[in-house]
Design a protein around this ligand. Structure first.
Ligand SMILES: C[S@@+](CC[C@H](N)C(=O)[O-])C[C@H]1O[C@@H](n2cnc3c(N)ncnc32)[C@H](O)[C@@H]1O
Length: 226
């Protein structure tokens, strides 16, 4: 595991989890049926999952959940805080898999760019919050390639993303700014990127102040595999 994860594991060790939400994302609540396209159980993937509340929420809805997270502390806290018993197994790839007793919740401890995609199984839907915007910009094409290989035609990613004008701030993330236009440039060959479903102005939000950004927009959209 390279330097990619160092700043994140340091944050987990320091309990500096400024991104953590208590509740399930309200836009996901609104659009989950579109994401799963009525499949139940659906195989849902949460890349860079941390201990997001959506993991347990999807599980409680009866779906099969797969996460990838680079920080072991995050994975352990997820299972412990949700009172889910788990086993850890490591196969010849050396990547540990933390699995609930019923096997419906699996979290692999790995750098997302180092996990062989076959390990993730057949994925039918993706919830991406704080994932694409968390990776380095130089890794974005690799992320698109990961998702393109993983998803078959018609499957959807529901992504929450963040835009701020980088010319007006020294803040370089994470989260790293991305516009809808940039998303289309990056994902457009393999995904239909819809116009944002919601656009929220967060210029006065505590996070905008913390990051010293002049403007802050939180948006979400569907990306459908072509
Ligand atoms: C901004 S947090 C978002 C977590 C989660 N998606 C949520 O909504 O709460 C990003 C997470 O990704 C993990 N992470 C960052 N880079 C990673 C990488 N290359 N591979 C796997 N996990 C990574 C971090 O440890 C952190 O838990």
């Amino acid at each position: 595991m390279g330097d990619r994860l160092k700043t994140w594991t340091d944050k987990w060790e320091a309990n500096d989890l400024g991104w953590q939400e208590k509740n399930v994302n309200p836009r996901l609540l609104q659009h989950v049926e579109t994401l799963t396209q009525g499949k139940k159980p659906c195989q849902i993937y949460l890349p860079l999952c941390g201990k997001a509340p959506e993991l347990k929420w999807f599980y409680d809805l009866g779906h099969n959940v797969v996460g990838v997270e680079g920080a072991e502390k995050g994975i352990r806290e997820f299972f412990e805080e949700n009172n889910l018993l788990f086993d850890v197994s490591t196969d010849e790839s050396g990547i540990p898999c933390y699995k609930s007793k019923d096997g419906r919740m699996k979290i692999f401890k790995s750098d997302i760019f180092k996990i062989p995609i076959e390990k993730l199984g057949r994925i039918e839907a993706v919830w991406d919050r704080g994932s694409f915007v968390a990776i380095w910009k130089e890794d974005r094409e690799e992320y698109v390639s990961h998702m393109s290989k993983l998803l078959s035609s018609g499957s959807k990613i529901f992504m929450e993303y963040i835009y701020y004008n980088e010319d007006l701030t020294e803040f370089r993330g994470a989260p790293r700014s991305v516009s809808t236009e940039e998303l289309r440039k990056l994902f457009g060959a393999a995904f239909k990127v819809e116009d944002p479903l919601h656009v929220e102005d967060w210029a006065n939000h505590e996070r905008a102040k913390r990051w010293k950004v002049q403007d802050l927009w939180v948006m979400d959209t569907f990306l459908t595999r072509i």
